[in-house]
Design a protein around this ligand. Structure first.
Ligand SMILES: Nc1ncnc2c1ncn2[C@@H]1O[C@H](COP(=O)(O)OP(=O)(O)O)[C@@H](O)[C@H]1O
Ligand SMILES: [Mg+2]
Length: 384
């Protein structure tokens, strides 16, 4: 969808901002460009909508050499979000969002209806926020309007230059989450610039790690963290890359342990006898459909009645497919030795710290070997 072929940009003062850049972004893919300040990220991005012209090389968008496309028409196909947002202060949020559709000649009512739809999409109630002016919004809300505005004309390509850079870390994570949810729905082809490797890893389907004017590694977050291509990349992703990897490794059913189970409608004393025979001190409580209802301690199972009356609510749980980091966070939050993993309401098993570590190790080794995680035999890796 976006293709760089040997692109070099030298500024008139002799600075070479990017040097022989070649890479490709597929349709619907979110690629993050990450690297230290001054390494050429913004220059790369601004060449895509021709705010900057390359000195040599070609850039293709949708197979077309953009040097041959009218820049005004080109920019209509490319949404652009920048850190400083750049909303018009004297226009309402709704009209700011409707800027591009209005510019390209949509009727006012249609443009505004579209703008309201997009405000909704970025988590701003159009009734509340539409009539406001930019200075009546928080930084995070302004940032959301910037994203809504960039999407208004429904461009297939989105360029985002440090879009979440101006907000505090908590709001930043919220915006990242919302953006990922939105991207899953709209599937734009996105180039996103950040200087933050954490953000690059969290958002990117692939990451381009920039050195000075060049890409040092272009790969999936897992591969960049697991097998840095150069010492520079290893240094840049940092010594805590095991921690970062927690946020990109998803929980799989194979990672789980199976604790003792009792059924909701089981007589309590029978369940207690069975658990004691197994040497178990507690069990998860499931119904006939394997849906999780909670947990129960073996000591509490004395007396008559069924298990149903004795269940504790399970606070520490995560959905299958969630990142390991989320499971780790839940463990810490509830001071729990494990978390239940659910598929909808259905109980799949529990993740323990030992299993979490194992999953992490397997994920590192799978990347090193270039195979799916399920194919890595953890024991043989540990022996190696
Ligand atoms: N208009 C310009 N004239 C001269 N040098 C520039 C200009 N714009 C950027 N540069 C230089 O080009 C290099 C890359 O800049 P930039 O693409 O903005 O990097 P990044 O976005 O990664 O911080 C830097 O050394 C910067 O100083
Ligand atoms: Mg920049």
């Amino acid at each position: 969808m976006i293709r760089f072929e040997q692109v070099t940009k030298r500024y008139p003062d002799g600075t070479t901002a990017v040097d022989g850049l070649s890479f490709e972004v597929s349709e619907g893919e979110l690629v993050t460009l990450v690297g230290p300040s001054g390494c050429g990220k913004t220059t790369t991005m601004m060449m895509v909508n021709r705010l900057i012209e390359p000195t040599s090389g070609r850039i293709l968008v949708d197979g077309e050499d953009i040097a041959t496309v009218d820049p005004v028409l080109l920019r209509r196909r490319i949404g652009y979000v920048i850190q400083q947002v750049g909303l018009f202060p004297h226009r309402t949020v709704l009209d700011n969002t409707a800027t591009v559709p209005t510019l390209v000649g949509w009727k006012k009512t249609k443009a505004r209806a579209r703008a309201a739809e997009l405000l909704d999409l970025v988590g701003l109630d159009p009734k509340t926020f539409g009539p406001r002016y930019p200075d009546q919004l928080s930084g995070g809300q302004r940032q959301r309007v910037g994203v809504a505005r960039a999407l208004a004309a429904d461009p297939p390509v989105l360029l985002m230059d440090e879009p979440f850079g101006a907000v505090d870390p908590v709001v930043r994570e919220q915006l990242q989450d919302e953006f990922l949810r939105m991207q899953a729905a709209v599937r734009k082809t996105v180039l996103l610039v950040t200087h933050d490797i954490e953000e690059a890893v969290r958002l990117g389907d692939r990451i381009a790690v920039y050195g000075q004017g060049r890409i040092e590694q272009y790969d999936t977050p897992g591969a960049v963290l697991g097998t840095p291509a150069t010492p520079y990349v290893a240094e840049f992703v940092g010594a805590d890359r095991g921690l970062k990897r927690l946020s990109v490794t998803e929980i799989e059913p194979d990672d789980l342990e199976q604790p003792p189970v009792v059924r909701l409608d089981e007589p309590a004393d029978r369940a207690a006898g069975r658990l004691r025979a197994e040497g178990a001190r507690w069990a998860v409580v499931l119904d006939a459909e394997d849906d999780l209802h909670g947990w129960v301690g073996v000591e509490e199972l004395a007396g008559g009645g069924t298990v149903a009356a004795l269940v504790h609510r399970m606070k520490s749980w995560v959905p299958v497919g969630a990142p390991l980091k989320q499971a780790f966070g839940v463990m810490l939050q509830h001071d729990a030795g494990w978390v239940a993993v659910l598929d909808g309401a259905r109980f799949l098993g529990v993740l323990t710290p030992a299993k979490l570590h194992e999953a992490l190790r397997r994920s590192v080794d799978a990347d090193a070997l270039g195979v799916p995680r399920g194919q890595v035999d953890f024991d043989s890796v540990a022996d190696a």
